[in-house]
Design a protein around this ligand. Structure first.
Ligand code: F6P
Length: 754
């Protein structure tokens, strides 16, 4: 195969060279024919000038003896003098004309066509080139002076036939010279073309493998090309960012534009999603099987994307009725009411779930990646399960793949090893991994005993996405610290074992407009409903928190800020109620159980402190809420508090904004969320600073309507434009670009695993 490719490549370089050589031969031939007469003319002029000088010289030499012999009238000696003169190979004939223009002496072969002419007459031509029957001749008529007075003239006839011989020779030499020139140039061209083709191939291979982006690929080979390579790379980067900018400006991201992107840019290639959490959970309820939507930012974001892409979503089947609702291939069409895509469920034993999900993912990686002052715990048994379950999901990807090059979207920290496993089984697959949580600095990550394995696993990805540039930077630095790779920070790429990974930020978002919104009552009605259900007074100011019950969410800090608000602004007691919706999460784990206890007891303490009659400052609802319910609370609240201690993005912030089509309500947002980098019109707080958060809450509760409207309108514009379709679309566009490059590499015979 390699030999075949090499032959094809040589043929290609030969064809390439011929394309240059043939025109070169034609041009050289034309040149040669144009140049010969020029050279002829030039040499003739040189020879004529030569003959002129020669004639002068002969005349000067003969003048004295001739004058003497003329005075003596010695005809015989004059003839003999002339005969001796024409012994010269070139001098053909000599004659002498007297002062009256009569030829007195001449050698026997003197051409009859040549006549005398006097230097002072109009017919006098001192030098001329004539074509006689004998052939071409040069005629020079030189005056002979006796003591300064004109005595006569000497006519010297030189044979010029040698010029023709020389011209024929010159023609021959010129043609030979051009032929040699042609051959030499062609040989050099073929040689250079061959080298350049190979060099180009090498360059292409490097570029397509990303080496050109990772390091200057000609650094060692062709240092003189460095400036050119640098310019080329800069140009590529500029084109890339311009292309992205153009995409951003020109594409309005909707489910339709995402669908058409899939068909146009990705040729309708199959899209597979892998996540731990499934988008629809079937539970056994009192009235039969119920379908639940989990409290998960990941699911919130991915679900609309999958509905647009109609692919297969592979996830852990964790519901009590999940097994009863799948077909014999463990598949179930979803959404249940109007199926758009397929959910493929993967089963885990209790022990596996404890090791892989609760243990390694949530006691190890979760606290490792979040700065929330909870120490990570790493156990070898958990690691074993983590590896085994990643492999199980990788096998499922291979089973579900309809081709050898599907687009696989791997979600989150549960699957750090999966990208490499997929790549091993399906080398042509495009693996886009999105890390939904923050990425820590290299020192923090270094705590993990299996740090190298995790990093290597992730580098099986074609694209590795984080929410923010800061997380990308942390990841690049971590890889730099712990693995032997070529990392290029400028282009955010990592080259590891012949594989390139693009590390890019793709801030996640939500569907726009929110699907639930279409069936929701107005904000006023929602408010009335919430007031009724919670027995709140009509003029009560409502604060809202919506989270999983997780220590990273800053729920305790938030409750303390509510307490401080009531201390600092006693007029708010009885006027302000804070509703905390907390979805139970990972409750098997001690840290989560402890948090549950702490949240409940802090709530009780604050309530006891400020309660009066039916008034309760904090309403804690530790239970699962379906998206419709949550949305109703969003629309009813005056303020939404997102006070995470550390959060990749936090979609609650964006959901609240999306829910407020009345352009009312204020968002208090932690500076430690990814969302704070986008939603600048929120009141940004440091959740560790209790007074600052309490004051922000107060400011939110007393903010004039017009200010609420301005802030909310601006945030809504952002969430509308930077919606989840854009998040997925940008990743898929980048993937399409990389796939095109790889296909090109395949076409020109580059082996990607080389
Ligand atoms: O934040 C990371 C994440 O995976 C989110 O995407 C999601 O909201 C949450 O964790 C869900 O956690 P779990 O699946 O453990 O309930």
């Amino acid at each position: 195969m390699k030999g075949y490719l090499r032959n094809r490549l040589s043929l290609r370089s030969l064809r390439l060279s011929l394309r240059f050589v043939l025109p070169l031969v034609v041009v050289l031939a034309l040149l040669a024919f144009a140049i010969v007469p020029i050279v002829d003319n030039l040499t003739l002029r040189w020879f004529v000038r030569d003959m002129d000088i020669r004639s002068q010289l002969i005349t000067s030499t003969l003048q004295e003896p001739l004058l003497e012999l003329l005075q003596q009238g010695n005809r015989a000696k004059i003839n003999s003098l002339f005969m001796r003169a024409i012994q010269d190979e070139r001098l053909f004939a000599v004659g002498y004309c007297d002062g009256k223009g009569k030829m007195l002496y001449r050698t026997p072969n003197f051409p009859s066509d040549i006549v005398c002419s006097l230097p002072d007459t109009a017919a006098y031509k001192p030098r001329s080139l004539l074509h006689l029957t004998q052939g071409p001749v040069h005629v020079a008529i030189n005056p002979i002076k006796d003591n300064g007075a004109l005595a006569g003239s000497m006519v010297l006839v030189h044979d010029m036939s040698f010029v023709e011989r020389r011209s024929a020779d010159t023609k021959q030499y010129v043609i030979i010279l051009f032929v040699i020139l042609g051959v030499v140039i062609s040989a050099i061209t073929v040689f250079i073309a061959h080298l350049s083709w190979r060099g180009w191939l090498k360059g292409m291979r490097a570029m397509l493998h990303g080496e050109g982006l990772v390091r200057p690929f000609t650094q060692t080979d062709n240092p003189e090309l460095q400036p050119l390579v640098g310019d080329l790379r800069a140009l590529l980067r500029t084109m890339d960012s311009e292309r992205r900018f153009a995409d951003d400006v020109t594409i309005a991201w909707t489910p339709e534009s995402l669908r058409s992107l899939l068909h146009k840019q990705l040729d309708g290639d199959q899209v597979l999603v892998v996540s731990n959490r499934e988008p629809y959970i079937h539970m056994k309820g009192k009235e039969g099987i119920e379908v639940r939507r989990p409290a998960s930012g990941l699911v919130t974001a991915m679900e609309p994307v999958m509905r647009a892409c109609s692919g297969i979503w592979i996830a852990h089947g964790s519901g009590t009725a999940d097994k009863e609702t799948v077909d014999k291939y463990d598949r179930v069409p979803v959404p249940p009411d109007r199926p758009d895509y397929t959910l493929r469920r993967i089963w885990l034993t209790n022990e596996e779930e404890i090791g892989y999900y609760f243990g390694f993912a949530n006691e190890g990686l979760w606290p490792l990646c979040h700065i929330a002052h909870v120490r990570p715990i790493f156990r070898s048994t958990d690691w074993e399960h983590y590896m085994a379950i990643n492999q199980r999901f990788a096998d499922a990807v291979v089973e579900e793949a309809k081709s050898d090059d599907p687009v696989v979207l791997v979600q989150d920290y549960h699957f750090a090893l999966l990208p490499r496993m997929i790549r091993k089984a399906l080398p042509k697959a495009t693996v886009i991994t999105f890390w939904h949580i923050p990425w820590p600095n290299p020192e923090s990550f270094g705590i993990c005993p299996w740090r190298e394995e995790l990093l290597r696993g992730m580098l099986g990805s074609t694209i590795l996405g984080f929410h923010t540039r800061f997380h990308c930077k942390n990841f690049l630095e971590t890889v730099d610290r712990y693995l032997e790779t070529r990392t290029e920070h400028e282009s955010s790429t990592i080259h590891h074992r012949g594989k390139l990974t693009l590390v890019e930020s793709y801030p996640i978002s939500i569907q726009w407009p929110l699907k639930v919104q279409q069936t929701q009552p107005s904000p006023l009605e929602c408010r009335a409903e919430v007031e009724r259900s919670l027995n709140l007074a009509a003029d009560m100011l409502i604060g809202l928190g919506v989270d999983r019950l997780d220590y990273t969410k800053g729920i305790l800090e938030r409750l303390r800020a509510v307490e401080r608000l009531l201390e600092l602004h006693p007029e708010m007691v009885g006027r302000f109620t804070f509703i905390q919706i907390a979805a139970p999460s990972r409750s098997v784990l001690e840290d989560y159980q402890a948090l549950d206890t702490q949240v409940r007891s802090l709530t009780n303490r604050i309530n006891q402190r400020f309660a009066a009659d039916s008034y309760q400052p904090i309403i804690l609802k530790v239970e699962h809420h379906e998206p419709d319910d949550v949305n109703r609370y969003y629309r009813a609240a005056d303020v939404c508090m997102v006070t995470s201690l550390h959060d990749g993005m936090n979609l609650v912030a964006k959901e609240f904004v999306a829910a407020r089509d009345d352009e009312r309500g204020v968002l208090v947002l932690s500076q430690f969320t990814g969302a704070a980098q986008e939603l600048h019109e929120a009141l940004i707080v440091n959740p560790y600073h209790i007074e600052q958060t309490a004051e922000a809450l107060h400011r939110a509760l007393t903010m004039p309507d017009y200010e609420q409207q301005e802030r909310m309108r601006s945030m809504r514009d952002l969430v509308r434009d930077f919606n989840v379709y854009r998040w997925a679309g940008r990743m898929l566009l980048d993937a399409a670009r990389i796939r095109q490059r790889e296909k090109l590499a395949g076409r020109i015979g580059i082996n990607h695993d080389a």
